[in-house]
Design a binder for this molecule. Structure first.
Ligand SMILES: Nc1ncnc2c1ncn2[C@@H]1O[C@H](COP(=O)(O)OP(=O)(O)O)[C@@H](O)[C@H]1O
Ligand SMILES: [Mg+2]
Length: 299
């Protein structure tokens, strides 16, 4: 890493940022995680996927989980969304013990989960119609959400006719049409190219600014985590435990110009320190392969 810049500490917060966190902490607790653990029994033995996770998520917070592959990100988001159960500890939703999924929680996965036989609009109308909203109302609602994700023009198209980024925007619109209080997204942009990914990030920030929703986001992209989040939960693997919970010192509203600000880079550097294995472990067990006889040491 050739960054010789004198970066501030990621712990330094400007007055504006500190005030924002103070306000955030005073908002009602939406989701509380107490001593949560998850064991899997596998043919190879027991896996402690999550261990002693404690966490409070406040209303309208944007919280992101990051960590190496296998550290339990998906397990955690599935449990919080009610799709799986912990083996110890508990999850409280506004103070009540959570049992199973519920309409107040929506989930968006990495692989597109739209109904291919329904038009874009019908996909988004699906939830509101199930809730008993009449067709006309459901349609009006669907169009509003499609407007927000920039896809109103594609209301009558079918998922198969859309690009990956567009499908994922429909998936987000469909989730939001159920009016969830918490939106869970598990590496939603992981399959997209860099350019599409950054426009998706802009859409998500716009949505989060305009909709009263708490966002729980999983990614393994450090820039994405810093750019989007209020706080970043860093997990380590085996067992999956909290390594650090970082308050992102980058002011809001966010814009791509902030990627190179000192506070952005300082936060990213901290994430790199936490997530990257130490230098010695990186090279372990990889022998040098010589393709020439030159014998000079280039590295
Ligand atoms: N259904 C399951 N059965 C057995 N082991 C599982 C199951 N789901 C996840 N695991 C294990 O739990 C650990 C965490 O997995 P996961 O939550 O998918 O990690 P991540 O999303 O961070 O990559 C891994 O070791 C994984 O193999
Ligand atoms: Mg995962």
């Amino acid at each position: 890493m050739s960054r010789s810049l004198d970066l501030p500490s990621y712990l330094d917060q400007s007055k504006g940022v500190a005030d924002r966190f103070e306000k955030l902490r005073n908002r009602p607790v939406k989701l509380k995680v107490e001593d949560l653990g998850k064991k899997f029994n596998t043919p190879k033995g027991e896996i402690l996927a999550l261990n002693k996770i404690n966490l409070q998520i406040h209303r309208r917070e944007f919280i992101t989980v990051i960590g190496p592959s296998g550290c339990g990100k998906t397990t955690l988001i599935r449990i919080l969304a009610g799709l799986d159960f912990p083996t110890s500890g508990k999850v409280l939703l506004e103070g009540r013990k959570m049992e199973g999924p519920g309409a107040e929680r929506g989930m968006v996965f990495q692989d597109y989960t739209l109904f291919p036989w329904l038009s874009v609009k019908k996909n988004v109308m699906f939830g509101p119609e199930i809730k008993g909203l009449g067709t006309l109302k459901a349609e009006a609602e669907a169009m509003e959400w499609l407007e927000m994700v920039g896809l109103a023009k594609f209301a009558d198209a079918y998922p198969g006719q859309l690009s990956g980024g567009m499908k994922q925007r429909v998936a987000i619109a469909r989730s939001l049409a159920n009016r969830p209080e918490i939106l869970f997204l598990d590496e939603p942009f992981g399959a997209l190219d860099a350019q599409t990914r950054s426009s998706m990030q802009a859409y998500l920030l716009k949505i989060w600014q305009n909709v009263d929703v708490t966002v729980f986001f999983v990614t393994h992209d450090l820039d994405e985590a810093v750019y989007l989040s209020d706080r970043i939960l860093v997990l380590r693997a085996n067992p999956g435990e909290i390594d650090e919970l970082i308050e992102v010192p980058v002011p809001r509203p966010r814009d791509p110009g902030q990627f190179l600000t000192p506070e952005f880079l300082a936060t990213k550097k901290r994430l790199e320190e936490l997530i990257r294995p130490p230098e010695s472990a990186q090279n372990e067990g990889i022998p040098m392969i010589r393709l020439t006889e030159l014998g000079d040491e280039v590295e």
